[in-house]
Write a protein that binds this ligand. Structure first.
Ligand SMILES: Nc1ncnc2c1ncn2[C@@H]1O[C@H](COP(=O)(O)OP(=O)(O)OP(=O)(O)O)[C@@H](O)[C@H]1O
Ligand SMILES: [Mg+2]
Length: 342
């Protein structure tokens, strides 16, 4: 009786712990959380760390903290590098979702990089358990992305998914619910932000932070030369005089600053296709490539990759949520879970 009642208000969660954002899907409900993967941590004189804020609240503090408080990003380049902080973030978000019912520990499906080591798997499993999960299932991130993009990955036919996240771009070929080939291009969409920061420093003698570069990218950057370039004004610190100053950046300049990243993704697609067994390569030529991840929202990206690879390239319907939606599907469908858990 008790378990039937609890089943009605399911505590089961699927998690995508990304470099930029953490998303959580609740069974029977949908995506219930999207927060920056960021934690404000206070370190006392004895080196003990205490969490002050997570997610959006921590973002408001980024770049504005005193010396003993640090805004920590526990995931870098798509890989967890600070498990203690990642665990604190998960614990906080899970408690927020479950509210007063926090005593009921959930089943948890969590997406992990395809190339995660045994040690990383163990550490992540432990972090989920500490966050309150009773039953932890690790699933390869490319598979979750493909399922979230509605690709029929269980079938014996090849599909290619390119997940362009904040920290890394993962190009993967999938068949029969498994990852057949995969290649990671480091940097992801935040690599474009860094190139825009470099451009402003070199060409405008202007120092700007990551949030400014990110808004510039989202406002005017394109993956192909823009036909009618937009202009965006950014503010920063003048490197010559040290005073606040603003400058205009055109879409054409932004395109030139980031185009190397787009080329790198095109090259990775070609090389993964080259390494794929011939039957699967033929399937991919037939089915095309699906883009997921927040970074795939860059204007003109499908067209640019089509031009670079000769393949049909489309963006999935909800690209930024594809991984968590796919992990959610795995949570909802036991058969899928049995097929893909690793
Ligand atoms: N309209 C847009 N144009 C270009 N980039 C965008 C746009 N919207 C969001 N992004 C970028 O998407 C990235 C975040 O994507 P996402 O949330 O998928 O990353 P993540 O899953 O946290 O990272 P990863 O998968 O690499 O660990 C950010 O770098 C953000 O700047
Ligand atoms: Mg991601």
């Amino acid at each position: 009786m008790l378990s039937a009642v609890l089943g009605l208000f399911s505590q089961d969660l699927a998690v995508d712990l990304g470099t930029s954002n953490t998303r959580i899907y609740q069974r029977g409900v949908g995506v219930v959380c999207r927060e920056p993967t960021l934690v404000a941590v206070h370190t006392d004189r004895r080196g003990r760390r205490k969490v002050l804020a997570v997610g959006e609240e921590a973002r408001a503090m980024e770049g504005r903290t005193p010396r003993d408080i640090e805004a920590v990003r526990p995931v870098r380049d798509g890989q967890i590098h600070d498990y203690e902080v990642a665990e604190a973030l998960l614990l906080h978000l899970v408690r927020r979702i479950h509210g007063r019912n926090a005593w009921v520990s959930p089943k948890m499906v969590i997406a992990i990089p395809h190339n995660a080591t045994d040690m990383e798997r163990r550490a992540l499993r432990e972090s989920c358990e500490t966050a309150g999960a009773r039953d932890v299932h690790l699933v390869p991130r490319p598979l979750a992305a493909a399922l979230g993009a509605d690709l029929p990955v269980e079938r014996p036919s090849g599909h290619m998914v390119v997940d362009l996240g904040g920290g890394a771009t993962e190009v993967s070929v999938l068949s029969m619910a498994g990852v057949v080939a995969s290649r990671v291009v480091p940097g992801g969409s935040s690599g474009m932000d860094r190139s825009l920061i470099e451009f402003l420093r070199g060409e405008r003698q202007l120092l700007v932070g990551t949030p400014t570069a990110e808004s510039l990218k989202e406002a005017v950057a394109t993956a192909l030369p823009p036909k009618r370039p937009k202009v965006h004004r950014v503010s920063g610190r003048c490197l010559r005089r040290g005073v606040p100053r603003s400058a205009e950046v055109s879409g054409d300049e932004a395109y030139r600053a980031i185009r190397g990243h787009v080329e790198a993704v095109g090259n990775a697609i070609r090389s993964v296709l080259d390494q794929s067994p011939p039957e699967l390569a033929t399937d991919i030529v037939d089915h095309g490539v699906v883009l997921t991840g927040g970074g795939s929202q860059l204007v003109g990206l499908p067209a640019a990759l089509r031009e670079a690879t000769g393949l049909a390239v489309v963006r999935s319907e909800r690209p930024a949520s594809a991984v968590v939606l796919g992990a959610g599907r795995i949570l909802e469908e036991m058969d899928l879970l049995r097929a893909v858990a690793c």
